[in-house]
Design a protein. Structure first.
Length: 193
């Protein structure tokens, strides 16, 4: 079995051990709340904006796509949903604080660099086969994970975004996960010294 395919299919579950480690080392010093909370909110906003254009196709367990989404956030960065996840988890580390906050931040970033590096290589391989020259032009023009300042206006079918309320409905699982994590974090810090 291809490790990349395994990580793609299990990408919703592989960060669970990381979340448990973040909770274990949590201390919630207030000086980390200021960057942590906005980073979580910004990460979720990036995800919501991306879901408006990608729709329910982000929840698939099979690599591939019926159409190449190159509009909205996808016109600035090829993997905005993964970027949003990295921001949410990094914000969660900062919010959790603790004596090991900087170590945990590095561990979190390394975790996602490895996981998403493998997943993205599989996705790019597959999308290259499916969309050929159109995808080649897209990857030459749009950065992989760090957003570009300039919006790509290249070829490709323009996708009309869903409404924000539809995006929130599609993003329900992620919003629930963030809420559960925050509640467990608050309980952990209050009950376990």
């Amino acid at each position: 079995m291809d490790l990349r395919d395994f990580l793609f299919r299990k990408r919703s579950y592989t960060p669970i051990p990381l979340a448990l480690v973040i909770l274990y080392f949590a201390g919630m010093e207030k000086n980390f709340w200021l960057p942590g909370i906005p980073l979580i909110l910004l990460g979720e906003w990036v995800r919501l904006a991306s879901v408006r254009y990608a729709g329910g196709r982000i929840r698939t367990r099979k690599v591939g796509a019926k159409l190449l989404c190159t509009t909205g956030p996808f016109a600035r960065v090829r993997n905005p949903i993964y970027l949003g996840n990295i921001m949410i988890y990094s914000g969660s580390v900062l919010l959790a604080g603790g004596k090991q906050v900087w170590v945990m931040l590095v561990v979190t970033l390394l975790f996602f660099v490895v996981q998403y590096g493998l997943i993205i290589s599989l996705e790019e391989e597959t999308l290259g086969r499916l969309f050929g020259d159109e995808y080649d032009e897209y990857i030459k023009s749009v950065p992989r994970i760090i957003p570009g300042l300039k919006r790509w206006r290249g070829a490709g079918k323009k996708v009309s975004p869903a409404s924000w309320s539809q995006a929130v409905k599609r993003e329900k699982r992620t919003l629930q996960t963030i809420a559960i994590f925050l509640v467990v974090l608050a309980i952990r810090v209050q009950l376990v010294p």
